[in-house]
Design a binder for this molecule. Structure first.
Ligand SMILES: *Cc1c(COP(=O)(O)O)cnc(C)c1O
Length: 587
């Protein structure tokens, strides 16, 4: 059945006229706006795109990031340099007339919002409001507060979080919305709870807040944590909190037990003031409960927005064979019946497009019939980008057996992350040293939305080698799955749920050290991947379609947003919600 002109069921009918207000430090809104750095922003953007497609009444808030994140350049020696990415908001957004203020270090800082209308497939709009402090009323320092995503020091960060959380709450009301639910996407937005408590008190002193006042706030808030290790949680010193937020607010947060190890902990703050909290994959929910055992933390596994990440050749194939996939991504389950040759042909076209882009960007001419592996992610040391190079002789032997092997790399290191930069340097050096006629390793600079889409759809196998359990979820392997590209990955994050050995990809087995895990990576490459890819294209095609059917149909944001709706935003009844919790919590 093809979608017709009637609008799909809309949640607008559900809670009269109210909206969900979604807050995220970064949102990948459209490829031309550099308002994101990586996975967190992509997830936020894909969430909003699915909310728009599904007709969910939701509005979103983020910062404008006038100077963007950064454009990456890698010189021939593998040294990363960064350029700012200035952009013009008026080219994409409409300025709203509303103005609100927040207090930062005792100064009054004024903000405005720029609106971007994200339109869904059936015309439903999810407005995204980008908060901006670049106004004449503000001092020079304050005008720059919404310039750099993850730039500056921790003082800058906390001040940005005041703008996002406290400014974001004032702005949603100044714009006239009635809010049913406030959703904090990661702890950066946690200060919105403080603004809600102040609203609840109608301007009265924070010290007078009762447990009932706090419960009122809690009933409206839900929180998603994305960080699997204590060091990853946003924290600020007591001195910083007093200076930037003020003594009264800091005292109140201390009284509410939002400090851990003497630091204001934004995850703890968000948890204390939320009626519902979740991690982003089953294992991540469990890891989060171990870190914060006093809280009930559910899990809703991440996804990606299918039409955003499926390459054109597969969109055409699905439109022909499974047209209902656009209305309901679960229908991708029927990819299990796609004829093998149609799957191979669609992939060959996606691969051609990738290799053409690689040639244009790097001058390297790669061979479309050679097995091609992809590895692209933020250059954090736990992701172990060089694990595949740890035994060069073994890698060369595999390349020989495969009749050639091509490995594509991409990834940015945060400008202040020296170990991450050293890792990129190492990858570029190894690539030059190990490349020969049979083994071609190419690093492509400036990993972003566009390059991510090309890589995840055009390579033959997606590689992921994080050290467990550092990967909360990961989403790039989901993009690959929607394009029929299997993963060869450590069993971490989403892959614990997505891996059916030999059917949707392969697991790199846990070892006692890096060398053992590298050895498992080589074993699987040689024994499973190469054998099948080189000698049995029919079975390879079946693997590809099973990857779409099992993983593409599930690891998408349409399924995820429906789960947020029914488990987090609008649980049917409290009792029912709690009984659901008990099931998901069985570890
Ligand atoms: C999807 C995506 C990510 C996140 O992928 P991970 O699997 O979490 O590494 C990061 N950056 C870009 C550009 C992406 O498209």
């Amino acid at each position: 059945m093809q979608p017709n002109s009637s609008k799909p069921f809309s949640y607008e009918a559900f809670p009269a006229s109210g909206v969900v207000a979604y807050y995220s430090m970064e949102i990948a809104i459209c490829p031309g706006m550099p308002t994101y750095s990586g996975g967190l922003g992509m997830l936020a953007g894909d969430t909003l795109r699915s909310a728009a497609d599904l007709g969910v009444p939701l509005v979103a808030f983020t910062l404008l990031h006038r100077k963007g994140y950064f454009e990456q350049h890698i010189d021939p020696a593998g040294i990363q340099t960064e350029d700012v990415q200035p952009w013009n908001p008026a080219d994409f957004c409409v300025e709203e007339a509303a103005r609100v203020t927040v207090s930062i270090e005792g100064r009054t800082v004024q903000l405005r919002a720029w609106r971007y209308d994200l339109a869904g497939r059936y015309g439903h709009i999810v407005p995204v409001y980008l908060l901006d402090t670049d106004l004449d009323a503000n001092s020079g320092w304050d005008r720059g507060l919404t310039d750099h995503l993850y730039g500056g020091d921790s003082n800058y960060r906390l001040q940005q979080e005041v703008v996002l959380g406290m400014g974001g709450v004032r702005m949603v009301h100044a714009l006239g919305y009635r809010v049913n639910v406030y959703h904090m996407n990661e702890g950066h937005a946690a200060l919105l709870t403080l603004a809600l408590l102040e609203r609840q008190l109608g301007g009265g002193p924070l010290g007078a807040a009762t447990e009932a006042d706090i419960e009122q706030v809690r009933q409206k808030c839900v929180f998603t944590t994305h960080t699997p290790v204590p060091a990853g949680h946003d924290r600020f010193s007591n001195e910083q909190a007093i200076r930037i937020l003020g003594g009264d607010r800091t005292a109140r947060l201390e009284q509410q037990c939002c400090f851990r190890d003497g630091m204001l902990n934004m995850t703890l703050l968000a948890l204390r003031f939320s009626r519902y909290a979740n991690g982003v994959a089953l294992q991540h929910g469990k890891v989060s409960r171990d870190m914060f055992p006093e809280f009930a933390i559910d899990s809703i596994t991440n996804g990606v927005h299918a039409p955003t990440w499926i390459a054109e050749p597969f969109q055409q194939l699905f439109d022909e064979r499974i047209p209902s996939w656009r209305r309901d991504t679960l229908c991708l389950r029927n990819a299990i019946d796609l004829p093998e040759d149609t799957v191979l042909a669609a992939h060959a076209r996606a691969k051609e497009e990738l290799l053409a882009a690689v040639a244009a960007r790097t001058g390297h001419l790669l061979n479309p019939s050679v097995l091609t592996l992809g590895f692209a992610r933020r250059a954090a040391t736990y992701k172990r980008a060089t694990l595949m190079f740890s035994d060069p002789q073994r890698l060369q032997a595999i390349a020989a057996e495969a009749g050639g092997l091509q490995i594509l790399y991409a990834g940015k290191a945060h400008p202040q992350d020296d170990p991450g930069k050293a890792l990129i340097h190492q990858v570029v050096e190894d690539a030059a040293r190990l490349s020969n006629d049979l083994l071609r390793i190419v690093f492509i600079e400036n990993y972003d939305w566009e390059l991510g889409a090309l890589l995840t759809s055009g390579v033959d196998v997606w590689i992921n080698t994080p050290r467990r359990p550092y990967e909360a979820s990961g989403t790039s392997g989901m993009k690959a799955a929607l394009n029929g590209v299997p993963s060869l990955s450590v069993l971490d994050g989403w892959w614990i749920e997505g891996c059916i050995e030999g059917v949707t990809g392969w697991a790199i087995e846990d070892g006692v050290n890096d060398a053992e895990e590298a050895s498992s990576l080589y074993d699987k490459l040689a024994g499973d991947v190469v054998a099948l890819f080189r000698h049995d294209p029919r079975r390879w095609a079946r693997l590809m379609r099973a990857t779409i059917a099992f993983n593409g149909s599930f690891f998408n944001t349409n399924r995820m947003v429906r789960q947020y709706n029914s488990n987090a935003y609008y649980p049917v009844t409290l009792t029912e919600r709690e009984s659901v919790r008990e099931e998901t919590f069985a570890d």
